[in-house]
Design a protein around this ligand. Sequence first.
Ligand SMILES: [Fe+2]
Ligand SMILES: [Fe+2]
Length: 193
Amino acid sequence: MLGLKLPTDPRWVNIVEKNIEEILTDHAYCEQKAASTAISLIIGFPEKSELVKEMTALAREEMGHFNMVHDKILKRGWVLGRERKDEYVIELMKFFPKGGSRETHLVHKLLYAALIEARSCERFRLLSEEIQDKELADFYRNLMVSEANHYTMFLAFARKYGDKKEVDQKWQALLEHEAELMKNLGKKETMHG
Ligand SMILES: [Fe+2]
Ligand SMILES: [Fe+2]
C-alpha cells in the first residue's frame, strides 16, 4: 500500500487504545506540522507558482484537520497538551545529505513530505479498521482519504521539479530506509511511534 515496504504491526492499535488522549495530542501536532511544512515550501520556493497555490490550499486543509482533532480533545473534556517529539520524522529526515542545489533541496523536502503522508495514511487506515471507538474509526476513515491525496500530490511535485529517473531512485531508497526505521517502531501511542 502506498509503496510502503513494511506494514505497521496491528498490535500498535492496542497500545493506542489504552491512551486516546496521548494519540489525539500527538495527532493534533502532526496536522500542525503538515501545515507548517506547506508554509515553509511557500517561503522557500515562491517562484514555483503551482506549488505555492497547492501549498496555500494544503496549509488551510491541514489546519482544518488540526481543528477537528482539537475539537475531539475538547469534546472529551481534555485540553491540548504540549507538542510531542516525533522521533520518526527526526530520524527519517537524516536520510538525504545536507547541502546541494535549491532544486535538490526542494526534491528532498517533497519526498520526505510524501512519505510522511503515506505512513500517516497507513496508520489512519489501521485505526479506522481496528479501533473499537466507533466515532474515532469514522474520523480516521475520512482523514485517510485526504492524506492519500497529499501523498500523491507531493510525489507528483517531486517528479515535476526534479529529474524523474533520479527522483524515482531516491524515492525507492527513502522507502527502504523508512522500512528499516519502522522495524523498531509501532510500540508507542504516537501517530508515527
Ligand atoms: Fe492532515
Ligand atoms: Fe496531509
